[in-house]
Design a protein around this ligand. Sequence first.
Ligand SMILES: N[C@@H](CCC(=O)N[C@@H](CS)C(=O)NCC(=O)O)C(=O)O
Length: 198
Amino acid sequence: MKLYFAPGACSLHPHITLREAGLPFDLARVDIRAHKLHDGTDYYGINPKGYVPALELDDGEILTEGAVIDQYVADRKPESKLLPPAGTMERYRAQEWLAFIASEIHKTFGPLFGSDEAAKEGPRARLGTRFDLVAKTLASQPYLLDDTFTVADAYLYNMLRWATSPRIDRDKWPALKAFFARVDARPAVQAALAAEKR
Ligand SMILES: N[C@@H](CCC(=O)N[C@@H](CS)C(=O)NCC(=O)O)C(=O)O
């Protein structure tokens, strides 16, 4: 498998998932402004959506959408317990978190990376209410699905890396601050961060 990624982008959570699962994979860095690989290859030719992450499977198929790549990888290594078994209520709870993070958190960050200050107020307030909700869950348990680290935690951690001042300060929520430190300390997370810096 090959993961197309950009340092610091939302390709980090499937990258963490691949390392947590202990599956072999290669990394291919994408310049997401130019939509090109290091050697000048047009990235649109690989992923017509133009964005990262994309996972190239061993048969050449390209799988996109981070939350789906996470599930694909977790299902390749069920013993890693990165997701509950398909069809169980716990699995739907995990998917509920993945969908929530993708639609209510991930995409709300967009304007906060821009330069239009007025356009940031609404998204910042919306993110605040979403973080209130996540923090309420994490106040009484270490991970989104209680005691077990899952791909939903990798996704949330990826989003919280973006949640620093002046965008929005994750440290304002003690439960988010503690969660961030807990996930940040995982060897697979540190390995992913180090590999993305190379
Ligand atoms: N829905 C996609 C969104 C991916 C996305 O927004 N990727 C950003 C980086 S975080 C990107 O590559 N942007 C460049 C572009 O859209 O051309 C997912 O969740 O995987």
